[in-house]
Design a protein around this ligand. Structure first.
Ligand code: GLU
Length: 472
């Protein structure tokens, strides 16, 4: 975290402050808010792996925030600054996120203190499998109880190792593949999972721009097209969000901040080319056609229409919040705005589309993957050709009645394949969750409610209702 102020609460406390603001506005049974807020359990596992001629000890976490629905769900992060406070904050956000977008899970999160770049691939595989074993034997990885997914520093490759580790231990579990999501396609993954969080950011922004009152509240006008966007972090989430917004929605990505600095181009950055350049050179410095600044976070303070922090938590903090000029912030990362910064930004009239909504695309498509694994069949397999035959019949009938041939573009004839079904399900999820938030926000603006508080109000109420039904 850059420029952290001593007055800044911890990530966990920051989430709790935001939770408390909303919980205080709800009429919950006595003690319910406390029950929802606390993390149910956090396991710390320490294990040794013999590497490079010596035993190396690693520390990993899996925190279960809420089991009002099971399995619990949330990614596993590999980073050298992973700690209990962070994992618990992220697990809590998973609970609220799943409730908000109606994905039937409790919240969980895991992490391993490791810098993946310090290790060769085969070493990383041994470490990951050993960590997975520690979690599997405690049922902290289990298709019915706890289903991890990728997060920062992990991806398809690590999920494949985890799935295989589970299958080797639970050889008779026919649902073994559902023990983890975000897997490669050939071991039970689903089309569109890798792009899902970035795609959700795009669908979320599209939905925001379908709400004229909300656009006006941010002091913006018009549509998403032509909006100037600044993105922090060109990892999986930031890359896909920036790519889709620039290539499909005509947004201008005017600055991208990365670890080694930021690149700026008011005419718009070619995201795909920058990503290729980064893969080759390890950073953004020297990318042709762009101005480079070493102080990456400084571009968060530049003029733009939409700011998308898609890197770490606490990117916007007490030290820079009052210099942020963006009228609209889309929190693609988890917890990118601290509680103190949130207050400052709200005071300035900045509209923040909160993390629990903005980055919910990942867990939404994880849900589809889990359902696919449990049903043991790819989406669309049964109905695709039947749909095509039906479309063909319908078009044939129309042509016969009208005596006019249909346009030759045959796209409308196609039955839905897995990718289009996943995107349709994700789009629907993002639209309806936004509509719920916007409704609460607009109805209760006079009480000082913003979009984040609206999101908390909705999700806390849903979790409370689940607990009440369970007899709590
Ligand atoms: N790590 C992602 C998140 O923070 C995805 C979690 C999941 O798919 O379970 O939402």
């Amino acid at each position: 975290m850059d420029g952290v102020d001593a007055r800044e609460p911890s990530f966990r406390d920051s989430v709790d402050i935001m939770f408390n603001r909303a919980a205080g506005m709800l009429d919950l049974p006595s003690g319910m808010a406390e029950k929802i807020r606390v993390a149910n359990s956090t396991y710390i596992v320490r294990f040794g792996v013999k590497l490079r001629g010596e035993i190396k000890t690693f520390t990993g976490y899996r925190s279960v925030h809420s089991e009002h629905m099971e399995p619990v769900k949330g990614g596993i992060r590999f980073a050298d600054n992973v700690n209990q406070d962070e994992v618990e904050a992220l697990a809590a956000l998973m609970t609220y996120k799943c409730a908000l977008v109606e994905v039937p899970y409790g919240g969980s999160k895991g992490g391993l203190c490791i810098n993946p770049n310090d290790w060769e691939v085969d070493e990383l595989e041994r470490i990951t499998r050993r960590f997975a074993y520690e979690l599997i034997k405690r049922d902290l990885i289990n298709p019915a109880q706890n289903v991890p997914a990728p997060d920062m520093g992990t991806g398809e490759r690590e999920m494949a190792w985890i799935a295989d580790a589970y299958k080797r231990i639970k050889t008779d579990d026919i649902n073994a593949r559902a023990c983890v999501t975000g897997k490669p396609r050939n071991v039970g993954g689903i089309a569109g999972r890798t792009e899902a969080t970035g795609r959700g950011v795009q669908y979320g922004l599209r939905e925001f721009f379908r709400h004229p009152k909300d656009i006006a509240a941010a002091g913006l006008s018009g549509s998403l097209s032509g909006k100037r966007v600044i993105v922090q972090g060109l990892g999986n989430v930031g890359y896909h969000a920036a790519k889709f917004l620039s290539e499909e929605d005509d947004c201008l990505v005017t600055a991208i901040a990365e670890r080694d600095g930021a690149v700026i181009n008011e005419a718009g950055i070619n995201v795909e080319q920058l990503k290729e350049y980064m893969n080759e050179h390890g950073g953004v410095k020297g990318f042709p056609g762009c101005e480079y600044v070493e102080n990456g976070p400084s571009v968060l303070e530049s003029e733009c229409d939409i700011l998308i922090p898609a890197a770490m938590e606490a990117a916007i903090h007490l030290g820079n919040a009052d210099r942020i000029k963006a009228p609209l912030i889309m929190e693609a990362a988890n917890g990118p705005v601290t509680a103190g910064a949130d207050e400052i930004l709200r005071g300035k009239g900045c509209v923040i589309i909160p993390d629990m909504y903005a980055n919910a695309g990942g867990v939404t498509v994880s849900y589809f993957e889990w359902v696919k694994n449990l049903s043991h069949i790819r989406f669309g397999r049964m109905q695709r050709r039947q749909e095509e035959a039906w479309h063909e019949m319908l078009i044939g009938g129309i042509e016969e009645v009208t005596g006019t041939p249909f346009p030759s573009d045959k796209k409308y004839m196609e039955g839905a394949d897995e990718l289009s079904l996943v995107r349709s399900g994700l789009d629907d999820t993002m639209r309806s969750a936004y509509q719920q938030m916007s409704k609460v926000w607009n109805a209760r603006k006079d009480e000082g409610i913003d979009l984040r508080t609206a999101a908390y109000l909705i999700s806390i109420q849903k979790v409370a209702d689940s607990y009440a039904t369970l007899g709590l």
